[in-house]
Design a protein around this ligand. Sequence first.
Ligand code: ZN
Length: 334
Amino acid sequence: MSKTMRYALLSVLVAVVTAWGLVAPAGAAREIDPRPSTEELARQLFDLQVRSRGEVRVRPIGTSNQGRPVWSARVGHGPQRLLYVTQQHGDEPLGTPAAMEFLRDVGVGNDPHQRWLRDQVTVDVVVRANPDGHELNWRYNYDPDADPEFGEAGKGYDINRYHDPAVAPEDNPATEAGLIQRHHADFTPQIAVDFHMQGRYVDGEGREITASLMWPTNPGVAEEPLNLAKQVSVVARNAMDDGGANVSQYPGGEYQGIARNAYGLLGSGSVLIELSDMGPAHEQFQISSALASMHAIANAAADGSVHDVDPAQAEAIPPRGEPVPTANATRTDD
Ligand SMILES: [Zn+2]
């Protein structure tokens, strides 16, 4: 075999292997900024729109109380509609850079897998739902006049308590929650996944939980979206555990203002994913873990395999255990 021919065969092999995702993309080892400023995030989003030749479509779904755009970035044009929401809580940042990597992986390039995936799914990401909270490095939105039932007087609302389907978006006191309500109603996703961060916990054997997840627990959610949420949860858990994570159930409440419950009540297979706040040394791992869940859910929706999962497997995901004794585990629900 000639050298040229060997090289040609090797190139084909590399191309095929890369297309099937068996080799990490060349950029995987680079350091990802865990907390890009909201200005930098917008710059990165429009850069993605250009580099993807319009496969990633960026537009604001509205404006935060401090006047920052809340961005939607949409990739794909297939019949399976997925909504990913990141950073409703401003100080829970890592879902956002994971979403940026996801949009780049799916949108930039034209290999057979990317083209196939974009034909099957439309993934809409609300990237950093709470830009004011990010800039202020706090949980709530910015609304100093608020004296909220959920939130903190003088600071703002806890956005993830104001998705109650009984409250119309125009009557929603939490501005950014109203934006997401309206966006969900326009897009009507079959699957909705909300990315958060939690404190540090161990499992029953004392091994650290790196992430927790949960499906809707409000008793009003219909069987079909509930089962789909459980199937999505199993897909996400398996993908994250395969990457070295240790995923548990999340002990979340029934309140219908929580996005996980609200969008389940509205018929989406709605899932919460909480990355544990394990400190700076683990942030790159946590970003890649969230990214793995985003890819796995999109792929399983695309090829229909999510519907083959036994929802009962979700119930077998172990419960979250005790807080890590020395860690700051003060973050609250969802
Ligand atoms: Zn949260």
